[in-house]
Design a protein around this ligand. Sequence first.
Ligand SMILES: NC(=O)c1ccc[n+]([C@@H]2O[C@H](COP(=O)([O-])OP(=O)(O)OC[C@H]3O[C@@H](n4cnc5c(N)ncnc54)[C@H](OP(=O)(O)O)[C@@H]3O)[C@@H](O)[C@H]2O)c1
Length: 215
Amino acid sequence: MRIGILGTGVVGQTIGTRLVQLGHDVKLGARSATSDKAAKWVSDAGTHASHGTFADAAAFGEIVFNCTGGMVSLDALKAAGADNLRGKTLVDVANPLDFSHGMPPTLSVCNTDSLGEQIQGAFPDAKVVKALNTMNAQVMVNPSLVPDDHDVFICGNDTEAKARVTELLRSFGWRSVINLGDISAARGMEMILPIWLRLMGALKTPTFNFHIAHS
Ligand SMILES: NC(=O)c1ccc[n+]([C@@H]2O[C@H](COP(=O)([O-])OP(=O)(O)OC[C@H]3O[C@@H](n4cnc5c(N)ncnc54)[C@H](OP(=O)(O)O)[C@@H]3O)[C@@H](O)[C@H]2O)c1
């Protein structure tokens, strides 16, 4: 599959590398077509990897991942272009974390709205699926780093898009994918972040995840 990734940070690069390893063609998007970070990733990731602008990556992908900072995701997606996202599955991995008042960050949107919903509202012709935002980047693509059973959550309005994302997640090694329903479930998925951050401090590692025990 051709996959576009918006974002050159640790998340975009980690997901991109895993997708290339799984045999997909991946284009990493940045603000600039000549991003050094993206070029370095391409030289490390091999012949199935390429890079360009956010618009280039979005146009390239049959599926597009949003791996940009949550405070700038709407700007990055505007640069990617609504036309390039039309009809496509848009996997939103971003968290709306506001670091402008120091640590710990606050959520710039919560309770009655979410970044996932804002993205779906701004790009109504894209099929937004929120996924993978509730864990560290290494765990996203290699769940076996965390022992025992643990879960990844997804939500979104389009059933087929969620099925496509579930298939990709299974190819990463995920066994338990919990579908939380429509995109408004992004509120809860994003509001997990304050407890995630406290857990990282308490456990002194980012390599952990949530397991939902149920009957
Ligand atoms: N780190 C984790 O383990 C983790 C886990 C779960 C979720 N997340 C979420 O995943 C997302 C990506 O995190 P990250 O740490 O990999 O990367 P990041 O540093 O949050 O974001 C990097 C991307 O944001 C773009 N960007 C920065 N300022 C911009 C602006 N003003 N307008 C448009 N784009 C701009 C950068 O563009 P350039 O390439 O042009 O510089 C870059 O591609 C975040 O939303 C984060 O909360 C992270």
